[in-house]
Design a protein around this ligand. Structure first.
Ligand code: G4F
Length: 328
């Protein structure tokens, strides 16, 4: 029989992509799913998986629902991808962000230590933890100090440190993947790359005329979700528990993303982008470029998709979506 995995946060972009990877590898995959009022869409991303994921209603702030899964399933691998993952929204709901991204992770870890401490556990840590810190060479790596600039970043530093503490104190296989931005056709529509891709296609099809954006001068290191869930799995198969930065080692401004995306549909972004103050953050993280030398040299991971491939994947997704859904 294959290994058993539990994924907290299975309905998100990475939850969906990791579920597929694990199913393809023969894992028995179990995922926790939060109930929301649109029952038809809460598991939309999971609907066309090639294989079966078993889903359970629950919430990481509800310890009973975590206990039930870990006690009954006794997984070999636990992946925590659950989070309030939108940085700007975390300024609006800081308390909820801490409840989910800190207390929720404490709940998962406590339950893990009680019911399956001999198995392995992964935490989705984030480059947002670095905040304003950049090494002299222009990169962030595993040793860069964490200096977060958002409630989301602060919450992720807390969870990151919890995992490191448990690894030292309880000698558990508890690991962090410090993932830089990554996208795919499954990316949420309110993250900047997907927001731009969707709007560029809608403008091309004559459905809307403009897109409102905020700061075009921040820089992000943007990979592909399929490469990054492959990294998560490799980190969990390593012979020692450790933390790894996962990044492309390139950075692009939001302006460049807009320029490239609009160019892919034959348009000039300058004719359609409107700057709106509502999209600016109270404090901005201006620059991310990850140094992923450690995972490349230790585990042999490297990305297969380029930045252009990932933007094209999103543009093609929306072209396909609107062509099929609406126009023919
Ligand atoms: O797409 P974003 O919202 O992603 P952000 O804040 O970098 O966070 C993402 O990456 C993190 C890893 O570093 C993850 F942990 C996190 O969960 C998430 O996946 O914004 C990217 C940049 C920001 O500088 C933002 O100010 O784009 C800028 N931006 C400009 N206009 C916008 C917009 N962002 C959004 N979401 N919407 C805009 O209209």
């Amino acid at each position: 029989m294959g290994k058993k995995a539990v994924i907290f946060g299975c309905t998100g972009q990475d939850g969906r992509t990791l579920s597929q990877l694990l199913l393809d590898k023969g894992y028995d995959v179990h995922g926790m799913m939060r109930r929301h009022s649109f029952s038809s869409t809460q598991d939309t991303r999971l609907k066309d998986l090639n294989g079966e994921i078993k889903t359970y209603y629950g919430d990481v702030t509800d310890r009973f629902t975590i206990d039930k899964m870990l006690r009954e399933i006794k997984p070999d691998e636990v992946y925590n991808l659950s989070a309030l993952s939108h940085v700007k929204v975390s300024f609006d709901v800081p308390n909820f962000t801490m409840q989910t991204n800190c207390i929720g992770v404490f709940n998962i870890m406590d339950s893990f230590l009680e019911y399956c401490p001999e198995s392995k556990i992964y935490q989705a840590s984030s480059s947002e933890c670095f905040g304003l810190s950049v090494n002299d060479n222009g990169f962030q790596d595993e040793l860069t100090p964490m200096n977060p600039v958002s409630p989301y970043g602060i919450s992720k530093v807390c969870a990151y440190n919890l995992f490191r503490h448990v690894r030292r104190a309880f000698k558990c296989f508890a690991v962090n993947g410090i993932l830089f931005n990554h996208a795919s056709k499954w990316r949420g529509e309110n993250f900047v790359e997907q927001k731009i891709a969707k709007a560029a296609v809608q403008i091309k099809m004559g459905m809307i005329k403009t897109i409102d954006l905020g700061n075009l001068d921040s820089f992000r290191d943007i990979g592909n979700s399929r490469d990054y869930v492959r990294a998560m799995h490799m980190i969990m198969q390593h012979n020692v528990p450790d933390d790894f930065v996962v990044s492309t080692m390139e950075t692009h401004s939001i302006r460049e993303i807009a320029e490239l995306t609009f160019k892919m549909v034959g348009l000039n972004y300058e004719d359609h982008v409107v700057i709106d103050q509502k999209n600016f953050r109270k404090e901005e993280l201006p620059y991310l470029k990850g140094d992923s030398t450690k995972i490349r040299e230790t585990l042999g991971w490297k990305p297969e998709f380029t930045f252009e491939d990932t933007i094209k994947e999103m543009v093609d997704h929306w072209l396909d979506y609107y062509t099929k859904q609406k126009y023919f």
